[in-house]
Design a binder for this molecule. Structure first.
Ligand code: URA
Length: 189
């Protein structure tokens, strides 16, 4: 089966999922979107209000900042894949709990197995702690490449954090420039 078909099948399963109580409150599940051939993927925490309404990841204010930052390294959102740890909005945008993460994670792993990215960019603590190691904090580790299970992870602050703490915007901008260099080095190899 081709990648698109497999991805569509996973998305159908996500849209019908009732594996944790978050399904009861969702308007739409948010499977993730973008290029399935991308060398880099961005993983956030979970859908917010606008994502829940539209079924699309990172379309609110945090998403608009992500689009801007991508542009600074010559990328459009359609060039990369953008997804989340949990696919349904936690009420009030709270951090998803371990049971919700555990129930949802097989979907992300299946998506990653299809895309086979070279770099997984984690946005904020939730994807960092879920995918890399639970004791790391974004403040200590952002902008550094960490390798695990054959994947290179590149942790960055969440774009929403930069909306609330203006000083983090320039940190994110610098980390995006580093990411741009990593991506061009990939293409030289
Ligand atoms: N924040 C996230 O972590 N994910 C989204 O899709 C939107 C905002």
């Amino acid at each position: 089966m081709d990648k698109e078909k497999l991805f569509e099948e996973i998305s159908d399963n996500i849209n019908a999922c009732r594996s944790c109580p978050l399904y009861e409150m969702r308007i739409k599940a948010v499977p993730g979107e973008g290029s399935l051939d991308s060398e880099i993927i961005f993983i956030g925490e979970g859908p917010g209000r606008e994502e829940d309404l539209t079924g699309r990841p990172f379309v609110g204010a945090a998403g608009r900042l992500l689009d801007e930052l991508l542009k600074t390294i010559g990328l459009a959102r359609s060039d990369v894949f953008i997804g989340n740890i949990v696919k349904c909005r936690p009420p009030g945008n709270r951090v998803p709990n371990p049971k919700e993460v555990e129930a949802c994670l097989p979907y992300l792993y299946a998506q990653i197995a299809i895309i086979q990215p070279r770099i997984v960019c984690t946005l904020g603590n939730t994807p960092l702690n879920t995918l890399v190691a639970d004791k790391l904090t974004i403040g200590a580790i952002h902008g550094q490449v960490l390798t695990k299970d054959g994947f290179d992870f590149f942790p960055m602050y969440h774009t929403a954090a930069a909306l609330y703490h203006n000083e983090l915007k320039s940190v994110l901008e610098k980390d995006f420039l580093k990411l741009g260099e990593l991506v061009s080095n990939l293409n030289e190899k």
